[in-house]
Write a protein that binds this ligand. Structure first.
Ligand SMILES: Cc1cc2nc3c(=O)[nH]c(=O)nc-3n(C[C@H](O)[C@H](O)[C@H](O)COP(=O)(O)OP(=O)(O)OC[C@H]3O[C@@H](n4cnc5c(N)ncnc54)[C@H](O)[C@@H]3O)c2cc1C
Length: 378
């Protein structure tokens, strides 16, 4: 067990809040991580796993339990059973962006649009990270999980994690606990062997964000560099010198609403259909079947609406902050709540509540926070 002097969580989280917890252990190898978690679980005390701390808002009171800091690392290229594909396995504590850089250097396509997302590989499935139309669900094959309930390690196919829009069974959403209490030890991705030359740029959202047209091609390295530069302009790449990056990325999720509700929002509010729902198969028990199959019912797909637009059009511009508060909206991105220097979790929570209230009274819709909140309420 590598017990260390507890560091303030403000030093381990990108929102830079949180006192030192009661205990802190650090795992540098997978065996250490498994052993430490089993030891902590045996005590029955509260525990919290921290990777890169880039999706956590931690409260101001010391966490009364053990924080397990995941510092494991390692990448491995593996063969894939699919022709033209390769697999890459990453240990949980490996930096996500280092993993992306590795895959691009290997000429493997599938996660390059997610360049620059902070944090660890092991946390990536927790909220099914995504950017510019690429999401982890498209390439994740399986994870190695250590389950709290049994203390066992197992290889779990991605389908069992129920990855969705910034969610999975592993995510403790605000107001709810994770549906599966488990820690990821490694992740395995399956990526296309695209090489280093120019390839067609897949995905309308990516092309649109990078100013490309439908016939564009580019190398993986060019895509990665361009995504990194685009993200940096929005304060979405960590930079110690830029307080606009002292955030958890987008603090509020784009809202998913019914098509009927979306029609009540101003037409200018950007929106995207979530998915076209297939008509569920009608099952009629044989003993009541009278020979007539009911007509199919059309389902309107739900709609994802831009939380940034709603915030700005509720009158809260980039850079907004409450009087005397050290928390504020990023000057580059209306969705990022930032710590302008020394802000407490209380100040960030107060700003989040204010924004949520303004959007609710203006548009009748309650925004949901994206980061995991520990010891703090909004
Ligand atoms: C500037 C900035 C930009 C961002 N941009 C994006 C973006 O474009 N897209 C996006 O999806 N996200 C984005 N994020 C959010 C964040 O980077 C991701 O959610 C990331 O995956 C979090 O990784 P982490 O290691 O920092 O997790 P942490 O913040 O350390 O943890 C987050 C949650 O996951 C749990 N967890 C951590 N490791 C494990 C593990 N091994 N097993 C099980 N649970 C674990 C923690 O307990 C916690 O509940 C951004 C954040 C910042 C600061």
């Amino acid at each position: 067990m590598t017990e260390i002097t507890p560091l303030p969580l403000s030093q381990l989280t990108t929102l830079r809040t949180g006192a030192a917890p009661r205990r802190m252990v650090e795992a540098r190898t997978r065996d250490e991580l498994v052993a430490e978690l089993r030891d902590v679980w045996a005590t029955g005390e509260p525990w919290l796993v921290v990777g890169g701390g880039s999706n956590l808002l931690v409260g101001d009171e010391p966490f009364d339990g053990t924080v397990v800091v995941v510092r494991t690392g390692g990448l491995e290229r593996l063969p894939s059973p699919r022709q033209g594909f390769a697999r890459v396995r990453a240990e949980a504590g490996h930096g996500w962006d280092e993993l992306v850089a590795f895959t691009v250097a290997e000429g493997l396509q599938g996660i390059e649009a997610m360049s620059g997302i902070p944090g660890t590989a092991g946390a990536a499935p927790v909220q099914n990270i995504g950017a510019y139309g690429q999401e982890l669900i498209q390439t994740l094959v399986e994870v190695e999980l250590l389950d709290h309930a049994t203390g066992d390690v197992s290889v779990v196919p991605a389908a069992e994690l129920e990855l969705g829009f910034r969610t999975s069974v592993l995510k403790a959403h605000y107001g709810a606990v994770a549906r599966r209490d488990a820690v990821i030890l490694s992740i395995t991705l399956e990526l296309a062997e695209a090489g280093h030359g120019e390839i067609p740029v897949r995905g309308a959202q990516l092309r649109q964000s990078l100013g490309l047209d439908a016939s564009s091609s580019a190398s993986l390295a060019w895509l990665r560099d361009t995504v990194l530069a685009t993200r940096a302009r929005k304060g979405m790449v960590l930079d110690d010198a830029d307080p606009d990056t002292y955030s958890a990325g987008s603090f509020f999720q784009n809202a998913i609403v019914t098509a009927a509700f979306a029609r009540t929002l101003p037409a200018a509010c950007p929106r995207w259909p979530v998915s076209v729902d297939l008509d569920p198969v009608t099952v009629i028990p044989l003993d009541v079947f009278d020979g007539i199959v009911p007509a199919p019912v059309a389902h309107e797909p739900d709609v994802k609406v831009s939380a940034a637009w709603l915030i700005e059009h509720a009158g809260l511009r980039k850079g907004f902050s409450l009087p005397r508060s050290r928390a504020g909206l990023s000057t580059k991105h209306a969705l990022a709540l930032t710590n302008r220097g020394g802000a407490t979790a209380g100040e960030l929570a107060e700003l989040a509540r204010f924004i949520r209230g303004r959007v609710q009274s203006e548009f009748g819709l309650m925004l949901q926070p994206e980061p995991v909140l520990v010891g703090v309420e909004i």
